[in-house]
Design a protein around this ligand. Structure first.
Ligand code: SAH
Length: 252
């Protein structure tokens, strides 16, 4: 059996209870290099074989899983954050299915959630934005043209950008070309939930300059939108006059 486990975005106690239990029972752990907190590996039982996938190919990862399966062992494939985002798990699952190897997925706290916590922010504010766009700048992995940052920016929604810290000047240009006013608030969240977490607030125009001043070149998320400051409407759910399934509103 192979378990894809979300390690959470940094702090070792952000893994789920289920993930932690599987980690402590695993015979083989394959972890995703530098972005998984090495403290989590202290959960491994004695004799557990531990691999760092940073220097491995898909084929090598799969061959470790396959051998473990032949030996009747349990494997935990530990991915950073939640494995469903930029985790390259589909290609692993497809290989496992092809060989009839059972697997399961255990979610984790994605860094986009860790970043909101670090910012003490809510991405979905009434009358500001009810949509979160998660995307990235095109790098060596291409992004379909219909999903270019400039086109996504037209929505003026809350945006969270992964894997883009090395391309901040281009990112700013695209965000502004897409329609965000230059003074739109933005933030760079470096290593959310790690001990050396850093939160830098700026605007869409000053992203590159801010990262440079703070020496941030990787392991950061860029968040953009009016959710970061300014007004909003209060929620209907907790409005005294609003009636819903569990509460009758009061007339004023
Ligand atoms: N599956 C992961 C994302 C993996 S892609 C998740 O759910 O978070 C790797 C990218 O995620 C990094 O380049 C960075 O943009 C972002 N990232 C991962 N951990 C982070 C953290 N603790 N703080 C800020 N960004 C992080």
């Amino acid at each position: 059996m192979v378990y894809f486990v979300g390690a959470g975005c940094g702090a070792p106690d952000l893994i789920t209870v289920r993930g932690q239990r599987l980690l402590s029972q695993a015979d083989v752990i394959i972890h995703a290099g530098s972005l998984v907190n090495p403290q989590l590996l202290q959960e491994a039982k004695e004799g557990c074989q531990i691999y760092n996938s940073a220097s491995m190919t898909l084929e090598e990862v799969f061959s470790v899983m396959k051998q473990a399966e032949l030996d009747g062992k349990t494997t935990v494939r530990l991915h950073t954050g939640d494995p469903c985002l930029y985790g390259a798990i589909r290609e692993q699952m497809d290989l496992l299915e092809r060989e009839d190897i059972s697997y399961d997925v255990v979610p984790g706290v994605s860094s986009f959630c860790g970043a909101a916590a670090a910012l003490r922010a809510e991405y979905t504010l009434p009358d500001v934005s009810q949509t979160v766009i998660i995307s990235r700048m095109a790098g060596r992995t291409p992004v379909p043209e219909r999903e270019s940052i400039a086109r996504l920016a037209e929505h003026q929604s809350t945006m969270v950008l992964f894997l883009s810290t090395g391309l901040l000047s281009e990112l700013s240009r695209e965000l502004i070309a897409g329609g965000y006013p230059t003074d739109t608030p933005a933030a760079i969240v470096y290593k959310a939930s790690w001990e050396d977490e850093k939160v830098c607030r700026c605007t869409v125009e000053t992203l590159a300059q801010t990262a440079q001043e703070q020496g941030i070149t990787k392991t950061a998320l860029i968040t953009v939108g009016r959710f970061l400051e300014g007004g909003y409407s209060r929620s209907k759910l907790y409005d005294p006059q609003f009636t819903h399934e569990f509460r009758k509103g009061q007339e004023l």
